[in-house]
Design a binder for this molecule. Structure first.
Ligand code: NDP
Length: 403
């Protein structure tokens, strides 16, 4: 793995200074989207909303569009178009629908875009925003996992800004603080261990969806909550970190830290280690990306270490949690493996949430699909989307066969 001569190497560039920042939020009705709008609500005159998007929650989207006087509201599911038009009547917000409308929304001029659609469905709008040279705050890890080097290259070639929002990657970004990758010895991604950290294998076999989404520290959408329970989330974050911070895959480690206070660490060559700490509240990394390179106040709880008392750490149990190892092998395999892995995981998680497969079947399905075929390195967005679509079909077939 080669190291760039200068940190960020055109990937992270200062956003334009404007008195009021124009903002688009993709996935506005979700957990990250609403947290972003909560921050904007604290200082509404500093931001102007260009576009808000959702998939099917037309009423929720229209409510937000009215409150923030959005120029455009986009619903991904065309079947929800009429509901959105009705809910926006008399508001002055334009109602758009369908996948092409998501791309059209990415074409609109916005100083800062939050990429918080869940899953590979968010990939095409992110790529469009990056190719337009926008500032993109990246929450949607699945899009980067699937497209990998293509997304980084899109940002680099257009001079776009890519700001990590995932709490771990935002922590690393803050700990790097302009340092050269040449000075970095290792990066440690911390992991809470999720709701099943102390469960036995047999208990995990019988785990129900409501238990899997009950994360001990973080309040998040259903898909990422299940990913946290399987710890595939940490594996996806490993791949995300590999692309965002090119220090070499072997230099990126995972450490279980149940309190979720230290969000990640960077160890330098001189053995000095910098960590970023904070309450487990996604509004903190979102605020960091929203204001970057400035800082804005939030209403998040201050970090009270005296009350917390103890910070503890333990190694990852890769027998009960094979997800991170499967992800590490997929990135090492290269080609289309990460896109296959991500698609299979999305289908398996949806099947688990729908009660169609057991909790431990998620990793089995992902491994089966990954072993099934190995396409060449995707060369363009269409290649990634084709691999994604084929892997989804394989995963669906594997689930059907299993049942
Ligand atoms: P949610 O499920 O809460 O929200 C997802 C959002 O995406 C909703 O607005 C949803 O619309 C929209 N959406 C879903 N499917 C589609 C689609 N096919 N086309 C267009 N829009 C779609 O997810 P989260 O906010 O939890 O997560 C968003 C992303 O951020 C994920 O990639 C996750 O991994 C990442 N992330 C989340 C964190 C968190 O704390 N939640 C932390 C770190 C990263 P609708 O409401 O209509 O369904």
């Amino acid at each position: 793995m080669s190291r760039p001569e200068t940190k960020h190497d055109g990937l992270i560039v200062p956003p334009p200074a404007t008195p009021s920042r124009s903002v688009s939020i993709f996935g506005a009705t979700g957990s990250v989207g609403t947290s972003t709008l909560d921050l904007i609500r604290l200082n509404p005159s500093a931001y102007r909303i260009v576009a808000l998007t959702a998939n099917s929650d037309a009423e929720g989207l229209a409510r937000l569009a009215r409150e923030f006087s959005a120029e455009v509201a986009v619903i991904g599911d065309p079947a929800r178009h009429d509901a959105l038009v009705a809910a926006l009547e008399g508001s002055g917000t334009r109602a758009w629908s369908g996948p092409q409308a998501l791309l059209d929304a990415a074409d609109l001029d916005a100083d800062w875009t939050m990429a918080a659609i869940v899953g590979c469905a968010g990939l095409a709008p992110i790529m469009r925003s990056l190719l337009r040279g926008r500032s993109v705050a990246l929450a949607n890890k699945e899009a980067l996992v699937s497209s990998g080097a293509l997304m980084i290259e899109a940002a680099r070639s257009s001079g776009a800004t890519l700001l990590p929002v995932d709490s771990e990657h935002n922590a690393i970004f803050q700990c790097l603080a302009g340092a050269s990758y040449d000075h970095v010895e290792s990066i440690t991604l911390t992991a809470s261990g999720g709701p099943f950290r102390t469960w036995t294998h047999d208990q995990m076999r019988a785990a129900r969806p409501d238990q899997a989404v009950a994360h001990p520290n973080w309040s998040m959408g259903a898909k990422i909550s299940v990913d946290s329970a399987t710890m595939f989330n940490k594996g996806l974050e490993l791949i995300e970190a590999h692309h965002l911070f090119p220090v070499g895959l072997d230099a990126i480690r995972i450490l279980v830290h149940p309190q979720s206070v230290i969000h990640s660490m960077v160890e330098y060559r001189d053995r000095s280690t910098l960590a970023q700490l904070g309450s487990p509240d996604m509004k903190i990394p979102i605020a960091s990306a929203l204001a970057w390179p400035q800082r804005i106040p939030t209403q998040c709880l201050p970090l009270d270490l005296a009350t917390i008392g103890q910070l503890t750490f333990e190694p990852l149990d890769d027998v009960r949690f094979p997800g991170p190892g499967i992800c590490r092998a997929a990135i090492a395999a290269g080609g289309g493996a990460p896109a296959i892995l991500n698609a299979a995981n999305e289908i398996a998680v949806a099947a688990f949430l729908a009660g169609e497969i057991g909790f431990l079947d998620i990793a089995t399905i992902v491994s089966l699909v990954l072993a099934g075929y190995s396409p060449a390195e995707p060369q363009c967005l269409q290649d990634v989307l084709a691999i994604d679509s084929e892997a989804r079909a394989c995963a669906t077939a594997a689930i059907r066969t299993r049942n």
